[in-house]
Unconditional design. Structure first.
Length: 129
């Protein structure tokens, strides 16, 4: 079996608040696993929320999620006031658009500055044709 990513950890500042935020955004329940962590199953990967002892540090790049219902997640991100205020290739990152590489997506941030991108799974660009 090739090497695979099975868990990504996002540092957050308030585990209870982050669990509520991600539960609403992802439409899924997280599970407490101890050690100041909550896990969300995202297909074969686990999204882990970690409340560190010090100040949380946001990841430097986006985490990309492939989703079936892009509009539903976009509506939840909007209700959570999580949509990005940035631009991607000159277009609003907050809007659902087809990006130059062919993916239909939008960008958001959690309250701790972690970048999130949601992509229509029918339009994923993996570098393979």
């Amino acid at each position: 079996m090739p090497t695979r990513v099975f868990r990504i950890i996002l540092e957050i500042g308030d585990l209870e608040r982050a669990t509520e935020f991600y539960s609403r955004l992802l439409g899924a329940e997280g599970r407490k696993v101890g050690g100041g962590r909550v896990y969300f199953d995202c297909g074969p990967m686990i999204l882990a929320l970690l409340e560190p002892e010090g100040t949380p540090a946001p990841i430097p790049e986006y985490v990309y999620f492939a989703v079936d219902e892009l509009e539903a997640i976009h509506a939840r991100a909007k209700a959570l006031d999580a949509l990005s205020k940035e631009k991607v290739h000159g277009e609003s990152a907050a809007e659902i658009v087809v990006r130059p590489w062919g993916e239909r997506s939008f960008y958001a941030f959690d309250p701790w500055g972690n970048g999130l991108c949601f992509v229509d799974d029918k339009t994923l660009f993996t570098g393979r044709r």
